[in-house]
Write a protein that binds this ligand. Sequence first.
Ligand code: GLY
Ligand code: MN
Ligand code: MN
Length: 459
Amino acid sequence: MEGFSREVFADRRKKIMERLGPAVAVFPAASELIRSNDTTFPFRQDSDFYYLTGFPEPDALAVLINGESEQFVLFTRPRDPKQEIWTGRRHGPAGAREVFGADEAYPLNELDSTMPKILSNVDRVFFAFGKQESWDRRMMGWINQVRTKGRRGAVSAPTELIDAALVVHEKRIIKEADEIDRMQRAARISADAHTLAMKACSPGMTERELQNQLEHCCLSRGAQAMAYETIVAGGANACVLHYVENSARLNQGDLVLIDAGCELDNYASDISRTFPVSGRFTKTQRRVYEIVLEAQSVGIKSVRKGETVHSVHSSVVNLLAERLVELGLLDGDPERHARICLKSAETPDEDAREERLEDGEIGLHHYYMHNTSHWLGLDCHDVGRYREAGAWRRLEPGMILTVEPGLYISSEADYAPEAYRGIGIRIEDDVLVTEDEPEILTESCAKSVEEVEAACLGR
Ligand code: GLY
Ligand code: MN
Ligand code: MN
């Protein structure tokens, strides 16, 4: 069970069912995806399904029943010795009971006969809609079968169909001790891999080679996969936020931005570091780097209970605006720039905003066009609401979020002084909200100018 005891999952199912009340809740597993012809992408379990079951195989269906008694029912691929020679061992229904604690388990071919029975005489049904159309269709098919019977008066059909995501996601957003431990370990592996990449990097290497070294470090340290596609972006490639081509050569004198994080037992880490290909920042690079670093430090300090992702973003935006005016990349009042930048994130409709940039005026979003934070957990961009009843949600102990300011001055940015063009920098750490000081899970990764230069030299 990938290192978690089965009680962890049983406890989550129990808590979820307590929140749902009398109901049936249905969660599909992920399916394999074709990569080309008959080969598949590496399988990754659906996060909600995994959170509640720990079951690692594709195409399963978990059903939680909260009725006269509580029951956990799992439908799985059947054992199939011939197929298992090709595609590996399956747990089958017996394994679902013995290893994963299912009260009842059936092979998938019994879904159509069993699900209508489970959904009979139940008013409220929670379902994780919209994950896969095929599951949505089958679920509606089973409900319609119950309705048909219901018209004959034999049973009653569900009257409330409710999205199961919200209640699971609201639980997932507060991490349990075991999860924090796992994320701390994932973060440490990724932090070491970034520091190793700084040492391994040399001019003339390709971005792909550097990616390979970093990922090798993660996988050899126990991670099962990367949590998202690794970005290795030399020079101006760093100004493409999701650059994943990783095919260019790294040039002496350029910076390289790496955004990479491993996944450990399905838990993500997410780190960005930017460092000089040849080991020493130029004066100009250092100036921009230290601004991003200062912004990140201000952002991390505000990751405190009672703050919001928006107040973290706001502290970063205010600092960046002030420093970019000092540097001559922005003109005018930094507070106004910060206000406009924050409003543009909150009110996408430009006409609805009171304060706007003049026509042709350069604003902070020309250099910093993404948000500062996202939740982190089983998913890299983890689930959970950012707002509640229209207001930004308050941070609570147990939440984990990234703090990832950046500055991106593209080579075509003719509005910026020439010396700064082609510089893209992002610094990203994973931060746990506690009762008091924020805890940086990725703290061991080199970050100050001195630490980065020392890591590049292999010290
Ligand atoms: N690696 C994706 C992100 O930083 O959000
Ligand atoms: Mn991130
Ligand atoms: Mn990232």
